[in-house]
Write a protein that binds this ligand. Structure first.
Ligand code: PEP
Length: 249
């Protein structure tokens, strides 16, 4: 079965409720059917966007989650709360969470398990920093990040992996399609060794890092690139629409 492409917009800490709902109203009519499109607004806009996209094909993602279902954890949001609000996906282990909020592989693993437990699909982010790439450590880093986070999951669970080289996030530097494919192919091979052929062939591996209308088509031509996690270029509806309609515009 061919994998259905997934393009997810990560809005980070941008957009009020009215900006978020206007954006989705603008993109819903022009989203392609053959590509799954998801957006990840900030927590404050999730409910309004969830209500607005009902009946459309657009999917909703959160940008983070805590691993407990409830409790005295001031400021945190639980997987059950995200499910309740209508989320389908949750981004976990984004490099900004790892670097600014000190999330380590152990925290990421707990979040992945918690998301799966309530039926949310984790979009697990992995990626090397520039000095790790220069030091020839890319494979080692992404292997540790991915396998530690997936430790304990079952081959019937649904997950999405996002390969996001840290040096390409928000910098304007994109990995070439060949550089991205090299890592995507490696990640799929690891998934096959750990969880079997069927699982590895069903998992979508997204590329993230300065994706824009000009580079999406080249990336999507590669065998193991199944979509994109888009930051900056997902904030303007007309630009995001060009990305999700890659190959048509
Ligand atoms: C991201 O935030 O996941 C991302 C890839 O950002 P950008 O597209 O801006 O590099």
């Amino acid at each position: 079965m061919p994998r259905r492409p997934l393009i997810a917009g990560n809005w980070k800490m941008y957009k009020t409720i009215s900006e978020a709902t206007s954006f989705v109203e603008e993109i819903i009519p022009d989203c392609p059917k053959g590509v799954e499109v998801a957006i990840a607004p900030p927590f404050t806009a999730l409910y309004a966007v969830s209500e607005r996209i009902k009946g459309s094909l657009l999917k909703l993602a959160a940008q983070d989650v805590f691993w407990e279902d409830e409790g005295a954890y001031t400021g945190e949001i639980s997987p059950i709360m995200l499910k309740d609000i209508g989320c389908d996906y949750v981004i976990i282990g984004h490099s900004e969470r790892r670097s600014y909020f000190f999330e380590d592989n152990e925290a990421v693993k707990k979040k992945v398990s918690a998301a799966i437990r309530v039926g949310l699909v984790p979009i697990l982010c992995v990626g090397e920093r520039v000095e790790q790439r220069k030091g020839g450590k890319t494979f080692e880093v992404v292997k540790e990040q991915m396998l530690s986070a997936l430790n304990g999951i079952s081959f019937t669970d649904k997950v999405v992996i996002a390969y996001e080289p840290v040096w390409a996030i928000g910098t304007g530097l994109t990995a070439t399609p060949e550089q991205a494919q090299e890592v995507h192919g490696y990640l799929r091979q690891l998934l096959r060794e750990e969880f079997g052929k069927e699982f590895s062939e069903s998992v979508r591996i997204l590329y993230g890092g300065s994706v824009k209308p000009e580079n999406i088509s080249g990336l999507m031509e590669k065998e193991d690139i199944d979509g994109a996690l888009v930051g900056g270029a997902s904030l303007k509806a007309s630009t995001f629409l060009k990305i999700v309609n890659y190959g048509r515009i």
